[in-house]
Design a binder for this molecule. Structure first.
Ligand code: SF4
Length: 684
């Protein structure tokens, strides 16, 4: 494994320590939590006030935009007043795009400077141009000249620097040679890193942000792999940019940041939300705490099939794991070309009627619970289910029955024979139960039902032969928890090991990701904790192409659990059930009120399933981040909005009061509008 020491447990990547003022990042330091002010930087009082508010809620590093030299000059007063208020130990970072002159001013006043290699000393033209090797070398020489003064001055003053690549703002040079790919992002950072190293300057950290968690995960992994080849160990700043707000923003951030932290990558994090920045800190703190709890796990040698550490998932490119097809009902299948299916835990048989009623309400038409999971603890439960199911038209595609170990195939035969709909038996098989496993396989196949087998990875080896013998039909696999914690320290690792075992057994059986309390990394019973856990496990696996069914069983409210499952699927890009919003968190460059605008646009367009709308405070990252958005709403000038279709600006400088209506008209014009249905109005 070239970018991390194990994909099955969290072994923290070894990095050098970089000091940002008095705060160490990387090395043996905890994961540092940071955020950014959103005020106009030249409004010194407002920026100091926001910086204090952030520091008071636990922000360890505060970033402030410096869009021009005048704003960069203000950093001097901001630093002085922030220190005078008692926050001298909290470092400040200047965020620079485009202007070396602003960077040269800012570096005098604050502990760290962030540069964007996509636009430092570059006016982005989105030019399509072929760069010959000579052209390219000439560009690099120009870059060396314009970036070196900042490097040298940072070294003299003992300042730190972040080379912060954004997927949305790669240079024309990089775009033309590599495209807007994870490789292009990595090469963009390496160009700057080489210049810094040529001056023997090493107080550097790097980031590879994107609004698409899959892209950012791949880019960070690739960056580490490239750095490791050259024996470079700079810390990483993690973030998903333009994640949006509310549940969706938290989920997207947790998928991207959490996946990498579980792999042992990441030293400082920022959760970008289109909300007041103080709300970012508790989310970032909870993510960091979960990840750091895994560092305590002893680095036991990982046991994998054939005793060698294999991982057949490609960490740098997305491809969905190939599976066989399971037809769960006339309308609902699992497998190739099928979206991950949603299962909701309803608990005891007695809850079934009420849960089915809630979940089949018209307002949930776009987010149906396809399977209901109930527990069968005894033969009395089987009898109760037969009575209930016969009396009900449940309105769901299938029932999953989690069996107590005491229930034998014989006890279940009557239920399976009589059932009109298809049933999925869910049973855990331990060491020495391979014969019983075969009996269950025969039972479900005899009646056209399914078996979800739960076998801990460390007990899987004897089942490989059985599986080769019986084949895939009617079978799927799930894991109830972590397995042996000394081997798979987190459920993601356990699922990855399950993938390896299935591969060894030549099985393409689908995989059901179960988010249970036993699979959780660490945390309390809050909704935020459950959301983050689900994003880490489900989102992370889906971004690696693993997972065909999903249940979030930690949330007892069935409607909320269903909604959360769909939101995680949407965050991972695995199943789209509503409009996708890409919204920047806002900063001192923002040209309109991002929060109210996002809410207003969501209220009008949130029912347009599959349409992607980007809402950006300014042009810095705008057009690039909107590369795969259908429509863009971007601050062009104070009070003026530019509207985009894809990457192209089609309407310039519209008065803001008219911009919503013009956006809707544009969506109509491009055939992507649909009037909301009554159930969608109820959800608005
Ligand atoms: S896109 Fe938003 S967060 Fe990024 S620089 Fe512009 S206003 Fe600031």
């Amino acid at each position: 494994m070239s970018y991390c020491d194990s994909r099955f447990q969290t072994i923290r990547r070894r990095t050098v320590e970089v000091m940002v003022g008095g705060v160490g990042v990387g090395g043996g330091n905890p994961i540092r939590v940071q955020s950014m002010t959103t005020s106009d930087t030249q409004d010194v009082a407002a920026t100091v006030k926001q910086s204090i508010a952030l520091a008071e809620v636990g922000c360890e590093i505060v970033r402030i935009t410096a869009p021009n030299v005048a704003a960069a000059r203000c950093l001097k007063d901001i630093r002085r007043q922030f220190t005078a208020a008692g926050f001298g130990s909290v470092p400040l970072v200047a965020d620079i795009h485009f202007l070396p002159s602003a960077a040269m001013e800012a570096v005098e006043h604050v502990e760290k400077v962030r540069v964007n290699p996509g636009n430092y000393a570059d006016k982005k033209k989105f030019a399509v141009k072929e760069y010959t090797d000579a052209d390219y070398d000439q560009e690099l020489a120009r870059l060396h000249e314009s970036f070196s003064p900042l490097v040298k001055r940072s070294k003299e003053l003992g300042r730190a620097m972040r080379i912060g690549t954004n997927h949305g703002s790669l240079s024309d040079r990089i775009m033309n040679r590599y495209g807007d790919t994870p490789l292009g992002m990595v090469e963009s950072a390496l160009e700057f890193l080489r210049i810094a190293r040529s001056h023997d300057y090493h107080a550097i950290m790097l980031s590879m942000k994107s609004s698409n968690p899959k892209v950012m995960i791949q880019a960070y992994r690739l960056l580490v792999e490239r750095m490791a080849r050259e024996d470079m160990h700079y810390p990483l700043h993690l973030g998903v940019t333009e994640a949006g707000d509310g549940e969706d923003g938290r989920i997207k951030s947790a998928i991207g940041i959490g996946s990498l932290l579980l792999d042992g990558l990441g030293d400082t994090i920022r959760v970008s939300l289109t909300e007041d920045s103080v709300y970012e800190i508790p989310v970032a703190r909870a993510i960091a705490d979960k990840a750091m709890s895994l560092w305590k796990t002893p680095n036991a040698k990982v046991q994998t099939p054939n005793s060698s550490e294999t991982d057949s998932i490609d960490p740098y490119h997305f491809s969905r794991r190939e599976t066989s097809r399971l037809q769960l009902s006339a309308k609902c299948a699992v497998g190739p070309e099928q979206p991950p299916r949603v299962i909701v835990r309803v608990g005891a048989v007695a809850n079934l009627t009420e849960a089915a009623k809630q979940l089949t309400a018209p307002r949930l038409k776009d987010t149906p619970a396809e399977g209901l999971l109930i527990t069968l603890g005894s033969e009395a439960d089987i009898a109760a289910l037969q009575g209930t199911a016969a009396a009900l038209d449940l309105g769901v595609e299938f029932l999953a029955l989690e069996l107590a170990p005491t229930l034998t195939p014989a006890a279940l035969a009557g239920l399976l024979a009589a059932s009109k709909g298809r049933l999925m038996l869910v049973r855990r098989f331990g060491a020495g139960e391979t014969s019983l496993f075969k009996e269950f396989v025969a039972l479900v196949r005899g009646h056209g039902h399914f078996l979800a087998a739960q076998i801990e990875p460390e007990q899987f080896a004897p089942y490989e032969d059985v599986l080769r013998l019986v084949g895939d039909p009617g079978l799927l696999f799930a894991l109830p928890g972590l397995g042996d914690q000394a081997i798979s320290a987190h459920a993601t690792g356990a699922y990855r090991r399950l993938v390896e075992h299935l591969k060894t057994a030549n099985s393409k059986a689908p995989i059901w990701i179960r988010n249970t309390a036993a699979a959780a990394v660490h945390g309390d019973n809050s909704f935020l904790s459950k959301l983050l856990e689900a994003s880490f496990l489900t989102g992370g696996l889906l971004c690696d192409g693993v997972g065909d069914l999903v249940s979030i069983e930690t949330e007892p409210d069935v409607t909320r659990a269903t909604k959360l499952t769909y939101n995680v699927l949407q965050g991972a890009g695995a199943r789209i059930s509503k409009t996708e919003f890409v919204a920047c968190p806002s900063c001192g460059r923002t040209l309109f009120d991002l929060q109210t605008t996002t809410q207003r646009i969501r209220a009008q367009t949130g029912h347009l399933k599959g349409v992607k709308i980007a809402i950006m405070g300014c042009i810095v990252n705008g057009p690039g981040e909107m590369a795969d958005a259908d429509f863009g709403y971007v601050g062009g000038a104070p009070g003026k909005i530019n509207l985009y279709v894809g990457k192209n600006c089609v309407q310039y400088n519209i008065p803001q009061a008219e911009a919503d209506a013009r956006l809707v008209a544009l969506i109509r014009e491009h055939g992507k509008w649909a009037d909301p249905e009554p159930h969608q109005l109820a959800n608005a």
